[in-house]
Design a protein around this ligand. Structure first.
Ligand SMILES: C[S@@+](CC[C@H](N)C(=O)[O-])C[C@H]1O[C@@H](n2cnc3c(N)ncnc32)[C@H](O)[C@@H]1O
Length: 261
């Protein structure tokens, strides 16, 4: 049996909760997802880990926060893949972690890392702003207040961030994000329109993560995105971290002809 077939089968069994529950199989789990499991083996952190103090400080965390496991996995992923441009929907402890990453980011071309965080709640923008200042990493993040408004998806209006793609593209120097974390708006608002609203920004390098993927609402969103965006988006599977961290890759060459870079 070929290695890729074996990892695809094992990946499906191990990673995809839908498969484990005997429901719809994902589009197939590629080797990269299987390989990425190695990061899951690092949930314990010692005092010298850069996120140790952040995760140990309970005042930074709440029931809204991304799980420690997901954050540590993302940290390992950042360190390994070195994305320069990060777009986050829903700010909080993840924004603080991204700011740490950006503060230590160095590229061969002396490029700086740029983190853009969209947040619908003005008060929460102010809270995150204050925390970033306290941590001395405010300059590495652009916090954008993005009010919730009607965003059409498949002819139906959904409440979501009123995203200004032009502004975000400008902040990223005309380039697209390398990594997107969708962790907002809150579950009672829903996240169906989040990814469709940023599609014009994505490039063939963009990886997309959707947190809280085990929730029924997010399961329905994954199924819907698979149905409606299969031509440009591939659902790779869900990592069994926290509330589930779903992983997508973008294939722009199928959309509008020429690939974006
Ligand atoms: C799932 S949370 C986002 C979590 C964020 N990515 C993090 O890792 O902390 C979704 C929304 O909940 C709100 N939120 C986040 N942390 C909060 C807290 N500690 N208390 C109240 N609201 C919070 C913010 O409006 C945020 O956009």
């Amino acid at each position: 049996m070929s290695r890729s077939l074996l990892t695809r089968i094992l990946g499906r069994l191990v990673y995809d909760p839908c498969v484990r529950a005997g429901r719809l199989p994902s589009n197939g789990v590629p080797l990269r997802v299987f390989r990425a499991l190695s990061y899951c083996r690092t949930p314990r952190i010692g005092p010298r880990h850069p996120l140790h103090d952040l995760l140990a400080a309970s005042e930074w965390k709440s029931r809204f926060s991304i799980s420690d496991g997901s954050l540590l996995w993302l940290w390992a992923h950042l360190k390994r893949h070195r994305p320069a441009r990060i777009l986050e929907m829903g700010s909080g402890i993840s924004t603080l972690a991204f700011s740490f990453y950006a503060s230590s980011y160095k590229s061969a071309a002396s490029e700086r890392s740029c983190v853009v965080s969209l947040e619908h709640d003005e008060k929460w923008v102010a809270t995150t702003d204050k925390r970033l200042q306290e941590m001395n990493t405010r300059q590495f993040v652009t916090l954008l207040h993005c009010a919730l408004g009607p965003v059409p998806v498949g002819g139906i209006e959904q409440s979501s961030y009123s995203v200004d793609c032009g502004r975000i593209s400008e902040l990223f120097g005309g380039k697209g994000p390398d990594l997107v974390l969708i962790d907002g708006p809150p579950g009672d608002v829903g996240r169906l329109a989040t990814l469709p609203s940023i599609l014009p920004l994505l490039t063939q390098r963009t990886e997309v993560f959707l947190d809280d993927a085990y929730r029924p609402g997010e399961q329905a969103i994954i199924a819907r995105w698979q149905n409606t965006m299969s031509a440009c988006l591939r659902y790779c599977g869900t990592f069994p971290l926290g509330n589930g961290l779903a992983y997508f890759v973008y294939h722009p060459k199928i959309r509008n002809g020429a690939p974006r870079t």
